[in-house]
Design a protein around this ligand. Structure first.
Ligand code: FAD
Length: 330
């Protein structure tokens, strides 16, 4: 019987799996290498508030996702963002994107994952380095050599490169090998948040750009619950190819070049008075053929995450919830 479950990673996939398993009376422990939960649904503290430097917004097409958020994330922790979205066509002209319901955390993206994690047992600042099998149980070892367990099953929700390392360190080479190839390929992304003391008067609050440096820019201050700060905070995401080429470029230089591109794309010449940056080594999956989740029944090891199901916030939920459904049915 599977009763005690270890979950590696407290992004949306890890938190989803934890909450759904707990509802079925499993005992669940979540391990997270960072200080807090959320993973790529991230926000950085900035003067006057915070800026969403990872996921920008998300869709809720699956009714089960909507129901899950309402039940677990907490009243008022998310809501819709009515910002106008535009894109640049190949001639460089701006066109509006069709309206659709788009959601954000309120007052920051992490409000959702904070709400979801409230009632869970989360071991933060604990990077799991090795899974040790004492058949049929698992013990987990962190980077300080501390051990946790025993557990009946392990769910790994780390991005594929990190999951691969974990499996290799654990002598689970055949699992590590499964993560080779396109499904294991996740692109990097440089993110910059820049503050302008005056509103920029742009026609769109979010823009998908045709630019060698920038892929996306959005007025973070236009999202609900961010109104407190004066001026506007904009979030800039670099093109994935450019991010790869500049993986080791110093942050200061990256910020300069992304702000230069921002000025080129928007046609403004104002300089920001504050800026912060973040380098995502694993941002977005580029695979198209994704199995949803993986479950290795003989080992009682599962894999879930956005990269197995569409590469977005809602995909992370879909992946984790279908893994749990599969585990409960088995
Ligand atoms: P993650 O959030 O990555 O969670 C994995 C967790 O595992 C992390 O917290 C990590 O610290 C932890 N971890 C890894 N290894 C270990 C270990 N060994 N031990 C312990 N913990 C470990 N999606 C959208 O829907 N809309 C968007 O607009 C959008 N924009 C994005 C922009 C950027 C720049 C980025 C980076 C992502 C964006 N995404 C967007 C994608 C979205 O953020 C992800 O799809 C989703 O958050 C992934 O959730 P997850 O739980 O699968 O993975």
């Amino acid at each position: 019987v599977i009763r005690r479950i270890a979950i590696v990673g407290s992004g949306l996939a890890g938190l989803t799996a934890a909450l759904l398993l707990r509802e079925h009376d499993h005992s669940v422990t979540v391990f997270e290498k960072s200080r807090g939960p959320g993973g790529r649904m991230a926000a950085k503290r900035v003067p006057g508030g915070s800026a969403d430097i990872g996921a920008q917004y998300f869709t809720v097409r699956n009714p089960a996702f909507s129901e899950f958020l309402r039940r677990h994330a907490g009243e008022g922790s998310f809501g819709s963002w009515s910002g106008r979205f535009g894109y640049q066509n190949t001639e460089g002209q701006w066109k509006p994107f069709p309206r659709e319901e788009r959601y954000v955390g309120i007052p920051r993206m992490t409000a959702i994952t904070r709400g979801l994690s409230g009632a869970l047992d989360i071991q933060a600042q604990t990077r799991i380095e090795r899974l040790v099998r004492q058949d049929p149980e698992w013990t987990l070892l962190d980077t300080d050599g501390k051990s946790y367990g025993p557990f009946d099953a392990v769910i790994v929700t780390a991005p594929p490169a990190q999951a691969r390392d974990l499996f290799s360190n654990s002598g689970l080479q055949s699992l590590a090998d499964e993560l080779e190839g396109p499904v294991g390929h996740v692109q990097p992304c440089w993110a910059v948040a820049a503050h302008f003391s005056q509103p920029l008067g742009q026609p769109y609050e979010a823009m998908r750009c045709q630019d060698p440096v920038l892929n996306w820019i959005a007025n973070n201050s236009s999202k609900p619950g961010r109104e407190g700060a004066s001026g506007e905070w904009w979030v800039l995401h670099a093109d994935s190819e450019w991010s790869r080429e500049n993986e080791n470029t110093p942050a200061k230089q990256v910020e300069e070049r992304m702000i230069e591109a921002f000025q080129r794309v928007t046609g403004i010449s104002v300089e920001p008075d504050e800026r912060v940056s973040h380098r995502w080594l694993y941002a977005k999956s580029s695979a198209t053929d994704q199995p949803g989740f993986r479950w290795f029944n003989d080992l009682r090891v599962g894999l879930a995450g956005d990269w197995l199901s569409g590469g977005r916030v809602e995909g992370a939920f879909n992946s984790a919830s279908s893994l749990v459904e599969h585990m409960l049915a088995g």
